[in-house]
Design a protein around this ligand. Structure first.
Ligand code: NAD
Length: 265
């Protein structure tokens, strides 16, 4: 289908995992996609065979890739400007790039070093502030979309921003901030017809998941915690990311939607 026909979308962290699935799905729905990541190459072996950008173009979609560090203000401003230069406007921003470094070195708070805290906050939380700041500036300046809406922002938070998870204090804090910032911004920009929502994924089978969670938690345990089908796939998140950026979400804003197979039910 073409639920995002002619919309211009930025997807951060687009080279791997959830960002890759979202970028590909958006292009299949007719969006022009600006893919942004530290490198075009995917982190997992299965995905590394073809970059997200090459996949979309081979599939007949429209995309560009821009190397971007989401924690850097100048690069984030340039990312929005590049989308506008290339495609004339910006309709959708997906703040997806994120890291989970604690899961590699399990840590309770009194053992957490300052660098872990600062890096997690920079990549997971400051990035959302920066992306929204420059995207909202552009959305407010341009003509509204034909529906009358000015823009759609989708933040990828986590179920760990809703509940506490063991031994990942800075990750939980960084995602809790993303969720509440989503609710806060939704109020300020609702009068401008800008939709700002978040998805809170449960454990989803990406590179982060394979490097970290599966080492720490037995599969049977993971299945029990996600009573509907066990841990999810990137496409389970991408399908909901389409809805939240489409006209189907005409009266939806400020929502932090768990997409988690029942984990938080
Ligand atoms: P992933 O590691 O497969 O992909 C993350 C991508 O972000 C990578 O391509 C990486 O290069 C990129 N990235 C990292 N730091 C960046 C930076 N500074 N600038 C630009 N790009 C950067 O991980 P994923 O599982 O797809 O995670 C995507 C998002 O989903 C993250 O925000 C993560 O916290 C969130 N999330 C994941 C899960 C899960 O179980 N996989 C669950 C809940 C939330």
């Amino acid at each position: 289908s073409s639920r995002l026909q002619d919309k211009v979308a930025i997807v951060t962290g687009s080279s791997s995992g959830l960002g890759r699935a979202i970028a590909i799905r958006y292009a299949q729905e007719g969006a022009k996609v600006v893919c942004a990541d530290l490198t075009p190459t995917a982190r997992s072996q299965e995905e590394a065979e073809i970059t997200t950008y090459d996949f979309i173009v081979r599939d007949g979609g429209q995309a560009i890739f821009l190397q971007t560090d989401v924690g850097d203000a100048t690069q984030m401003e340039n990312l929005v400007q590049t989308a506008v230069k290339e495609y004339g406007r910006l309709d959708i921003l997906v703040n997806n790039a994120g890291i989970s470094i604690e899961a590699r070195t399990p840590a309770v708070l009194h053992l957490t070093d300052e660098a872990t805290w600062d890096t997690t906050m920079r990549v997971n939380t400051k990035s959302v502030f920066l992306g929204c700041k420059y995207a909202l500036t552009q959305m407010l300046a341009q003509e509204p979309h034909s529906s009358g809406d000015r823009g759609w922002i989708v933040n990828i938070s986590s179920i760990m921003g809703m509940i506490g998870g063991p031994e990942n204090p800075s990750y939980c804090a960084s995602k809790g901030a993303v969720s509440n910032l989503t609710r806060q911004m939704a109020l300020d920009y609702a009068p401008e017809n800008i939709h700002i929502n978040a998805i809170c994924p449960g454990y989803t089978q990406t590179a982060i998941f394979k490097e970290t969670i599966t080492n720490l938690t037995p599969w049977e345990d993971l299945k029990r915690r996600h009573p509907l089908k066990g841990p999810g796939m990137p496409e389970d998140i991408a399908r909901i990311a389409v809805v939240l950026a489409s006209d189907d979400a005409s009266w939806v804003t400020g929502v932090c939607l768990p997409v988690d197979g029942g984990y938080t039910a």
